[in-house]
Ligand binder design. Structure first.
Ligand code: 13P
Length: 248
């Protein structure tokens, strides 16, 4: 049975005062069937890890190289050294603003796996791609190029984040989410075999809120969520975690 996972992506939000939110989450969710990971900005990782208790702390990106002349970048081993155990890779905001392609994301994931970081690899279609009925083709191509051969159920999580649902309050229908998650599951089973393919956790991301979480978590092959805006405050994230706990 796959453990449920609630992941928070703080993006470029938060400062030292925000650590209190992690302390609250750590206190309120010390027990429960759901794994939690919070990915704060890099500036907060080591301080977050110090107060996170049972919550895992993750980065939002890493470089594919182990070290070197890469001004402004952070390596997987530096994330580990700072206290992170996970990293988000290939978020659509990085694919777009930093021109990251799937081949780069695969190399980053390899580097992260070499440091035993859990990679949360993001895939998702634009609205134009959905309207043109290309969603499954896009997701299939992103999966085969972005996910390295080193993927296992332990070190890899896939987040399906339709770009048009991120920060917009728009959410696909439950049928649409189920269709994509079932597709991702069978794609992984075909490539990695049923053991690994069935053990990789699949998260839905894009406008997950306390009010829609339970419905989303009832969809087949949804093992949790990657949450942006509603992960910034413990008061918003806690009910999402509770909705996941209720499915276990
Ligand atoms: P929102 O939950 O704010 O829509 O963001 C989703 C996201 O991009 C998480 O990575």
């Amino acid at each position: 049975m796959r453990r449920k996972l609630a992941a928070g992506n703080w993006k470029m939000n938060g400062n030292g005062a925000s650590l209190a939110e992690i302390e609250t989450l750590a206190r309120d969710h010390a027990e429960g069937g759901t794994d939690l990971v919070i990915c704060p900005p890099a500036t907060l990782i080591s301080r977050a890890a110090a107060v996170a208790g049972p919550i895992d702390i993750g980065g939002q990106d890493c470089h594919m190289a182990a070290s070197g002349a890469h001004t402004g970048d952070i390596s997987a081993s530096q994330l580990r050294d700072a206290g992170a155990t996970a990293v988000i890779l290939g978020h659509s905001e990085r694919r777009e603003a930093h021109e990251e392609d799937s081949a780069m994301i695969r190399e980053k994931a390899r580097a992260a796996h070499a440091e035993d970081l859990t990679t949360i690899i993001c895939v998702g279609e634009s609205l134009a791609q959905r309207d043109a009925q290309n969603t499954l083709d896009i997701i299939g191509a992103q999966l085969s190029l972005s996910v390295p051969d080193t993927a296992t159920g332990h070190n890899t999580v896939i987040a399906y984040e339709p770009i048009w649902a991120i920060g917009t309050g728009k959410v696909p229908s439950m049928n649409e989410i189920g269709q994509v998650h079932d597709f991702i599951r069978s794609n992984l089973e075909r490539r990695f075999g049923s053991g690994v393919g069935r053990s990789v956790r699949l998260l839905y991301g894009g406008s997950v809120k306390p009010g829609n979480a339970a419905e989303i978590f009832s969809v087949s092959n949804v093992d949790g969520a990657l949450v942006g805006g509603a992960s910034l405050k413990a008061a918003d994230f806690s009910p999402i975690v509770a909705a996941l706990d209720a499915t276990t």
